[in-house]
Design a protein around this ligand. Structure first.
Ligand code: TPP
Ligand code: SF4
Length: 332
């Protein structure tokens, strides 16, 4: 007798893909996959950025029949994949400066247009530091001109490659090398930081989406959708970093899932500035469950903890749930 497939069986390579019909399987299940980011790179064990990039770029390769060029900002993704003279990339791939990946992507797209290679598509990618801080001006220009580039930000919430310094995507209270866990309000200061997906939406570009490495089918689907469109597109992927977050390597997927289930990281799509879909929370979880396994938040817990700061984080997660309608009213 055929048993119905449960939702949690569909996301994995070993079980879900074999149980699903071929068209529902992930790109990784296909022997035709491009292996865009191949084995042999030097990412840490459990690196969410390596996993996210592997799935995102392979999905983009499938969506474009391999007619893809990538520009890559300086950062962990570039450093662990491309220690000269070696590389793990199996596609035309250009290392830009730390801050100008979006502009390099624009230039490649313009060059392809001039050469009449309209079928060749372009992605630009980088970490949150390269995206929200130093590369922000170039990215905003790419959005404003509606250049034909998909920009993917792999958000591990700090400058990991250079030793975990705070970026403008570092969350409130997180300990980094530059936001120490000391004083009456330890960790990153409250109220600072940028919400890049919402800033991208404010540019009214054709497509903005968020995703995490907890739902790789969803990530692939969003890349595929982005590649079916033209103009400026932005994908913001939450990628836990065991080294910078002080988490166990085997907890990368669990933490990404908890970021969604707490409301800390809303997963949604938006077209031309309007939210068009959200991933609903099936099981609402208090923020403590997400924060506790991460040593960067250890100072919030225990006898000398900071319940007031935890309450602020919970309030922000609750606001996300309200703002994006992440919980259906009947189940709330
Ligand atoms: C103009 C410039 N300033 C500083 C650096 C040093 N640098 C290289 S990578 C990096 C941090 C990258 O952080 P992020 O973009 O968040 O990516 P991650 O390593 O976290 O994936 C820094 C500061 C540089 N390469 N160029
Ligand atoms: S420091 Fe973090 S982002 Fe960089 S390779 Fe290690 S786990 Fe990945």
């Amino acid at each position: 007798m055929n048993a119905p497939i449960k939702f949690y069986q569909t996301g994995t390579f070993t079980v879900g893909n074999r149980l699903l019909s071929p068209e529902q399987r992930t790109v990784q299940a296909s022997p035709e996959r491009s292996n865009a980011l191949n084995s042999g790179h030097r990412a840490c064990q459990g690196c969410g950025e390596a996993l996210g990039a592997r799935y995102a770029v392979d999905a983009a390769m499938r969506a474009t029949d391999g007619e893809l060029i990538a520009a890559n900002a300086t950062g962990c993704l570039e450093v662990f994949s491309t220690p000269y003279p070696e590389t793990s990339w199996q596609l035309p791939w250009i290392h830009s400066l730390f801050g100008n990946t979006a502009a390099v992507g624009t230039g490649i797209a313009a060059a392809m247009k001039v050469k009449g290679k309209l079928g060749t598509r372009v992605i630009a990618q980088g970490g949150d530091g390269g995206t929200t801080d130093i590369g922000f001006g170039c990215l905003s220009g790419m959005f404003e001109r509606n250049d034909d580039v998909l920009y993917i930000c792999y958000d591990n919430e700090a400058y990991m490659n250079t030793g975990v310094q705070r970026s403008s995507a570092t969350p409130f209270a997180a300990r980094t090398a530059t936001t120490m866990a000391v004083g009456s309000e330890p960790g990153a200061t409250y109220g600072q930081g940028k919400n890049l997906p919402m800033i991208a939406m404010a540019h009214q570009i054709p497509y903005v989406a968020t995703a995490t490495v907890a739902d790789l089918h969803d990530l692939e689907a969003k890349v595929e959708k982005a590649m079916s469109l033209h103009g400026a597109r932005y994908l913001h992927v939450l990628v836990p970093c065991p080294l910078g977050w002080g988490s166990a390597s085997h907890d990368t997927i669990r933490l990404a899932r908890l970021a969604c289930e707490t409301g800390v990281f809303p997963v949604f799509e938006a077209e031309h500035g309007e939210v068009t879909s959200v991933s609903k929370i099936r099981r609402r979880v208090p923020v403590e469950e997400y924060l506790k396994p991460q040593k960067r938040f250890a100072h919030l817990f225990g006898a000398h903890g900071h319940p007031d700061m935890l309450a602020k984080i919970q309030a922000d997660a609750d606001r996300n749930i309200r703002r994006f309608g992440l919980i259906d009213e009947v189940t709330a």
